[in-house]
Design a protein around this ligand. Sequence first.
Ligand code: KIV
Length: 272
Amino acid sequence: MSTPSGTGPAKIRLRHLQDAKERGRPFAMLTAYDQFSARVFEEAGIEVLLVGDSVGTTVLGHESTTATTHQDMLTFTGAVARSVSRPLIVADLAFGSYQVSVEEAVRHGVDLIRAGAEMVKLEGGSAIAPQVRALVAAGIPVMGHLGFTPQSVNSLSGHRVQGRDTHAADRLAEEALALQEAGASAVVLELIPAHVAERITEVLHVPTIGIGAGPACDGQVLVWQDMAGLSGFHGRFVKTFADLRSDLRRAAEAYRGEVETRAYPTAEHSFE
Ligand code: KIV
């Protein structure tokens, strides 16, 4: 399969992200959790699909990603992996599935790869460097995640921009370097000032992927329901590129109206 424009590799691999950084070519990552959205994003040329633990809040109705389980991640990773062939598939290690020990991190990482992921993402810096090292040694590519890390929402006292003061910014840069040193092949930077993300992007050899981290990152990621105007979330860092919520409501209202007036189904939709 080729890209919508007919150019580019038939399959996105880790090296293509590294190549994009080296060429200064920004790339787009979107979350995906099911076959139809994943296929649409593949058709749109999205190079990286993240089966995020945000599936817990966007699909499963939880308050926080801390409720998303390893089994949830396996189910939704499998759904996406069976549906697309071109994008690089990254899956989150669920809260509690990698913090306890290096062994658990590797075991759960292996499960995600078996479910169809090609890279796993975990949150945190130097504290999880041993896990990153062990995953990489097991042949599992790792994406780090720094700044606002949703699985730590309770210790971070809510959704807050991180790294605002000089000390915190320096610390973020050190943590990013620690992840790279441990073998991470990319790092998500969430909710940090643009100038801090720019500095980290300059010092890292591996790509940074921003969400609420300004324009200097090597790639960008958004939760698809936010990007497409389905969730109704309008955080400052989100741009909505469609109004799916209104479109879907209109479609459901039209359907209800036609059922209630017997305008649908007609003979055309019926069998002899
Ligand atoms: O789970 C998720 O959607 C994420 C993104 C916010 C990067 O981790």
